[in-house]
Design a protein around this ligand. Structure first.
Ligand SMILES: Cc1cc2nc3c(=O)[nH]c(=O)nc-3n(C[C@H](O)[C@H](O)[C@H](O)COP(=O)(O)O)c2cc1C
Ligand code: SF4
Ligand code: SF4
Length: 434
C-alpha cells in the first residue's frame, strides 16, 4: 500500500489528513478520539489571548444549504474562537502531544494586532511541545469586528507585519491561514510569504447568509429576531478553494511556498484534487462534523489505492495538475467536441432537450416517441446537456478528430493548436497585427 507519510514544512504526520481548526479540534476529548480514528494531525481550535474567554451566542450558531436529498452541501456558522480558558487549552494540547508524538499538533492563534500580544502567547504555545502555529487571519464574523481574523487577512500589510513578529518571537513553523473574502487571494499570500511564513493555508469560511426566515423576516440562524452574516464551508465551497489554491501554486513569485488546502474536502478524491493543484496536505472540518471522525478512513484507503493504481508517491501528486492550469486565452480553439447520447442509458426525461432548446443552441432533436438525438450541425459542445442529465455517463462529449469536418462550421478540423492570442478576430493577436 502506498506510503501516505506526510512531511509538511518539517511537521511529520502518518497521513496528509489534518482536522482544521474548528469544533472537531476544540478539546482534548475530541482530538484524542480523532487520532484514534486515524487523523494524521490537527490544527487546534483557535486560541485567543489570556484573560476572560470570548462568549458565543446561546441560540443557534449554524445555518445550512442542503441538496434535494437533504445531503449537507454547505454549513454556515457564527461561532467565535475558543470560549475555553487559555490555560485549559494549553494543558490539554501538551497532554495530547505527549501521548501522540507521531501526529501533527498545530495551534491556531488569534490575538490583537500588537507585537506584545503575539510576543506573550507564542512562548506559552511553544511550551506545550506543539509542532507549529497557524495564524487565523480568516474568521469573517465577530472577531473581525474587533480588528482580528479577516480584518487582518484583508490587509496585506498587516499580514506581513504580524507574520514577521511571529517569526521573530518563535522558532515554531508558522502557517498563515487566509480569508477568501478578498478580491485576489495572491495579495495576502504574497504578504505572508514576504513576512516569512513557512506556509499558507486556505480557505477559511466565506461571508454568507444561507437563508431568511420569511415569518420573522430575519436571516437564519436567527437569534431573538436578528441574524448576522456567518462563514460558509463544506462541499459547496470546494470550487472556490481549489481555484484559490491553484492561483497561489501557479504564481511564479510564490513558487515553492507550501500550501495546506482547506474547503469542502469530504472524500479522498477531494483531497487528491487539492494536492494535484499544489496543496502539500489538506485540512477538514465540515465532513468530520457531518459524518464523524471515521470519515478519515475512506480518505486514507482511497488515496492509497489511487496512488497505487497510478504508481505515484504522495509527493509526486503534489502540484501535478498545476502546469495544466491555464488562462482562457491559451485554450486550444481547434479542440472540437460534440455531445453524444447513449440511447441504451437514456430514460427519455427530456431535461437535455429543455436545456439545449431554451437556453443553449437548439441542438437536440426530440422525436414524437421521445427519442433524443444531438444535431451535430448545431451543437457547440457547451456541455450543458451533460450536466443536467440525471443519468451519469448517458451523454458524453466526443472529439471531432483532426482531418474530419465540423458539421456546424463546415470546416475541416485542424491538428494544430490555436488559441485566442493568435486568432484573426483578436485585434491584439500577432496574426491580426501582420
Ligand atoms: C463551526 C466552525 C467553527 C470554526 N472555527 C474556526 C476557528 O476557530 N479558527 C479557524 O481558523 N477556522 C475556523 N473554522 C473554519 C474551518 O477551519 C475551515 O477553514 C472551514 O470550515 C472550511 O473547511 P471545510 O469546508 O472542511 O469545513 C470554523 C468552521 C466552522 C464550521
Ligand atoms: S453540448 Fe450544448 S449545444 Fe451541444 S447538445 Fe448539449 S446542450 Fe446542446
Ligand atoms: S437528459 Fe439524459 S436521460 Fe434525459 S432525455 Fe436527455 S439524454 Fe436522456
Amino acid at each position: 500500500m502506498a506510503d501516505l507519510t506526510s512531511n509538511f514544512i518539517g511537521i511529520k504526520s502518518p497521513n496528509p489528513f489534518w482536522l482544521a481548526s474548528a469544533p472537531p479540534t476544540d478539546k482534548e476529548y475530541n482530538v484524542r478520539r480523532a487520532f484514534e480514528a486515524g487523523w494524521g494531525g490537527v490544527v487546534w481550535k483557535t486560541l485567543g489571548e489570556d484573560g476572560p474567554p470570548v462568549v458565543n451566542v446561546n441560540g443557534p450558531r449554524y445555518g445550512a444549504v442542503w441538496g434535494a436529498d437533504r445531503r449537507l452541501l454547505a454549513l454556515n456558522n457564527i461561532e467565535l474562537i475558543t470560549d475555553r480558558p487559555l490555560e485549559v487549552n494549553l494543558r490539554e494540547i501538551k497532554s495530547v502531544k505527549r501521548d501522540y508524538p507521531d501526529r501533527a499538533v498545530v495551534v491556531s492563534l488569534m490575538v490583537p494586532c500588537t507585537e506584545d500580544a503575539w510576543k506573550a502567547i507564542l512562548p506559552q504555545v511553544e511550551d506545550t511541545g506543539a509542532d507549529g502555529v497557524e495564524l487565523n487571519f480568516g474568521c469573517p464574523h465577530g472577531m473581525s469586528e474587533r480588528g482580528m481574523g479577516a480584518a487582518v487577512g484583508q490587509v496585506p500589510e498587516y499580514i506581513e507585519m504580524v507574520t514577521r513578529w511571529v517569526k521573530q518571537h518563535s522558532r515554531m513553523p508558522c502557517i498563515v491561514k487566509l480569508t477568501p473574502n478578498i478580491t485576489d487571494i495572491r495579495a495576502p499570500a504574497r504578504a505572508a510569504h514576504a513576512g516569512g511564513a513557512d506556509a499558507v493555508s486556505l480557505i477559511n469560511t466565506i461571508n454568507s447568509i444561507t437563508s431568511v426566515d420569511l415569518d420573522l423576516f430575519a436571516p437564519e440562524p436567527t437569534i431573538d429576531g436578528k441574524g448576522a452574516h456567518g462563514g460558509l464551508c463544506g462541499p459547496a465551497v470546494k470550487p472556490i478553494a481549489l481555484n484559490m489554491v491553484s492561483e497561489i501554486a501557479r504564481s511564479p513569485d510564490m513558487y515553492g511556498l507550501p500550501v495546506s488546502g482547506i474547503g469542502g474536502v469530504t472524500t479522498w478524491k477531494d483531497a487528491a484534487e487539492f494536492m494535484a493543484l499544489g496543496a502539500g496536505n489538506v485540512q477538514v472540518c465540515t465532513a468530520a462534523m457531518t459524518y464523524g471522525f471515521k470519515v478519515v478512513q475512506e480518505m486514507i484507503s482511497g488515496l492509497a489505492q489511487y496512488l497505487d493504481e497510478k504508481g505515484l508517491a504522495l509527493d509526486d501528486l503534489v502540484g501535478r495538475a498545476v502546469p495544466n492550469v491555464s488562462d482562457w486565452q491559451h485554450l486550444n480553439l481547434n479542440y472540437i467536441t460534440k455531445a453524444v447520447i447513449d440511447q441504451d442509458a437514456c430514460i427519455s426525461c427530456g431535461r437535455c432537450y429543455a436545456a439545449c432548446e431554451d437556453t443553449s443552441h437548439q441542438a437536440i432533436d426530440m422525436s414524437e416517441d421521445r427519442v433524443f438525438t444531438v444535431k451535430d450541425d448545431e451543437c457547440v459542445a457547451c456541455n450543458l446537456c451533460v450536466n443536467v442529465c440525471p443519468v451519469e455517463g448517458c451523454i458524453t462529449m466526443k472529439r471531432v478528430e483532426p482531418g474530419d469536418t465540423d458539421l456546424r462550421t463546415g470546416k475541416v478540423v485542424s491538428a494544430q493548436s490555436a488559441d485566442w492570442t493568435s486568432h484573426p478576430n483578436n485585434p491584439m493577436s500577432v496574426r491580426a497585427a501582420e
